[in-house]
Design a protein around this ligand. Sequence first.
Ligand code: FE
Length: 353
Amino acid sequence: MKISKNIAILLSCLTTVFNVNAQTAGSTENQEQILNLYSSRHYQTDEKLYSDFTKFTGIKINRLDTDDNALLERLKSEGKNSQADVILMTDASRLWKAEANDLFLPVKSKILDSKIPENLRGKDSGEGVKWYGFSTRARVIVYNKNLVKAGEVDTYDKLAEPQNKGKVCTRSASHPYMMSLLSSIIEQKGEEGAAVWAKGMADNLAKPPKGGDIDQIRSVASGECGVALTNSYYYARLMLSPKQEDKDVVAKTTLIWPNQSTNGTHVNVAGGGIAKYSPHKANAVKFLEYLASDSAQKYFAEGNNEWPVVKGVAVDNAALKSLGTFKQQAVNIAAIGMNQVKAQKILDKVGYK
Ligand code: FE
């Protein structure tokens, strides 16, 4: 009895030490003023995002910029020797994958917990949260008004109905953006309902999935497809483009916020967390907390025509302003991440590639 009580006390001390480390290690360690950032972001406004952090804290940022898959592989192969302090990625499915590969260190931060909405972060295991969303993007519908009517394509469900046979274009169904949308549908309809939707989508395709979201929008403009799915920032990027060919694409297409009279549009996040073997944990916490500050939120979101997650921070973006506001799906982003395995099973079953 006495032994188990002592073990309990020891365990609670260890937990306390760990939490203090995650929150305030900088005050006790003589830490180098360095932050190694592994990021899949590549936006021009990010330069100011990073230089402001260095200006405010004196912490120099070393960046490794690469795509999400390469980032994941690199972190896995570096293992305990990794010098990564913070990992930034896009889409809950990728953040979840990094979490499932045990690449994050849980963080307990009152600042992050108070500023980042609870539905836009990874699940708190009790040890802390492994990743937070820092901006949001929506999965929207873009259509060609010469080929389909708005009322025929204003929900995700309708895209999978027989009336749209041969009219729908999407990128590969196994891409994280499509997987997350399917995961949100699993969350709402269950696996069977989601499988019916995925089968309907596969049956309605105008052509085999190829290319990214912008390619789908271009195919809608050219009339090859009547309707397509895309992340909102790709459409905003075309809206803001000075190129005539992009202006033409925008003129020939219309964006719809899906599911406005039902459960709302699917929203996902770009976000990040602390790397499991971070050599500069206190700096990493400081950086994540900085990303939740008003000025950083603006840079972070606007760098890719997205929306800030912190309440009260407004973006100054002409494209987003003209697209207006919309009703968002009330789904928890951590649950979307966790449905990825089920989503892949459904895609395999119905043959949607
Ligand atoms: Fe993207």
